[in-house]
Design a protein around this ligand. Structure first.
Ligand SMILES: Nc1ncnc2c1ncn2[C@@H]1O[C@H](COP(=O)(O)OP(=O)(O)OP(=O)(O)O)[C@@H](O)[C@H]1O
Length: 236
C-alpha cells in the first residue's frame, strides 16, 4: 500500500462536543498531505472546538477521526503525546516560556519529545530557525523579539518533529496586517514543502486573496467549499 496517497486527516460523521453540548454534528471531511485549508465561521461557531478535538484536547465521543496515522476513537491517554508530535499546533497567543531563550524554548520541546543527541538537537534547531527566517535569534529572550518574530519561533517549535499537518488557530490574529502577511507566506512555504495546513481564521483579506479550500462552521454543521457553495463575503 502506498501511504503517501492516504489523507493525513479523515473525519467521518463526527460530533464535536463541549461537555455534553454538541457544537458541530455530522462532520465529515478529509485533508490530503499537500492541502492548505481555511477553517472559518462566526465567533462561537465551533472552529476551536473542532481543532481541539483533532489534537485530542476534547474527547471524540461520536464518529471517527484518523489523523497523522492515529485513530482517535481508539487513542489512549498515554498515546496523546505521540499524536501531538505528529501535529504542529499553533495558537494566536504565542505561548512561549518568557523566562527562557528561544533555544531553551525549542530545547524544552525537543527533550520532552525524546530528542537526546546534543549535536542533532543543535542541528535541527538551526534548521527550523533558518526555515522561519530567524537564524540569529537563538540566544534572544521572547521579549527581545517582535510579535511576528515570536510567532515565527512558535512555528519553528511546531516544525521540530516534522509534523504531517499543522493545526493553526487564528495564528495571525494578534499581529499587524503586514506582519500577518509575512507569517501567512511562511505557512504557504511550509505547505509547499509538503505539510498539510488547517488554519482557523477571521481574516477576510486572506480568504479573498488566496483561493484555498474553505471549511465553514455554520449552524452546527461544517460546510466544505469542495461540495457546498460556501459564502465568506459577509460576517463569519
Ligand atoms: N471550555 C469551554 N467550555 C464550555 N463551552 C465552551 C468552551 N469553549 C467553547 N465553548 C462553547 O463552544 C461553542 C464553540 O466555541 P468555539 O470556541 O469552538 O468557537 P470558535 O468558532 O472557535 O470561536 P472564536 O472565533 O471566537 O474563536 C460556543 O458555544 C462556546 O461558548
Amino acid at each position: 500500500m502506498d501511504f503517501s496517497t492516504q489523507p493525513v486527516l479523515q473525519v467521518d460523521n463526527a460530533t464535536i462536543f463541549q461537555g455534553v453540548d454538541p457544537v458541530l454534528s455530522n462532520v465529515s471531511f478529509s485533508v490530503e498531505q499537500h492541502e492548505f485549508v481555511f477553517l472559518i465561521g462566526q465567533t462561537g461557531s465551533g472552529k476551536s472546538s473542532l481543532l481541539k478535538t483533532l489534537y485530542a484536547d476534547l474527547a471524540l465521543k461520536s464518529g471517527k477521526v484518523d489523523i497523522a496515522g492515529f485513530d482517535l476513537t481508539k487513542i489512549k491517554t498515554s498515546e496523546i503525546p505521540f499524536l501531538r508530535r505528529k501535529l504542529g499546533i499553533i495558537f494566536q497567543d504565542f505561548q512561549l516560556f518568557n523566562d527562557r531563550t528561544v533555544a531553551e524554548n525549542l530545547d524544552f520541546v525537543m527533550k520532552a519529545t525524546g530528542w537526546k543527541d546534543k549535536v542533532k538537537i543543535k542541528e535541527r534547531m538551526a534548521e527550523v530557525l533558518m526555515l522561519v527566517g530567524l537564524n540569529n535569534a537563538s540566544s534572544k529572550m521572547p521579549h527581545q523579539l517582535s510579535g511576528g518574530e515570536q510567532q515565527r519561533v512558535v512555528i519553528a517549535r511546531a516544525l521540530l518533529n516534522e509534523p504531517s499537518i499543522l493545526l493553526a488557530d487564528e495564528p495571525t490574529g494578534n499581529l499587524d496586517p503586514s506582519v500577518a502577511d509575512g507569517i501567512f507566506k511562511l505557512f504557504q512555504e511550509i505547505n509547499k514543502k509538503g505539510t498539510a495546513i488547517l488554519m482557523a481564521t477571521h481574516n477576510h483579506e486572506l480568504l479573498r486573496k488566496y483561493p484555498y479550500r474553505v471549511l465553514k462552521c455554520e449552524d452546527g454543521k461544517l460546510l466544505d467549499s469542495q461540495t457546498h457553495d460556501v459564502s465568506f463575503g459577509s460576517s463569519y
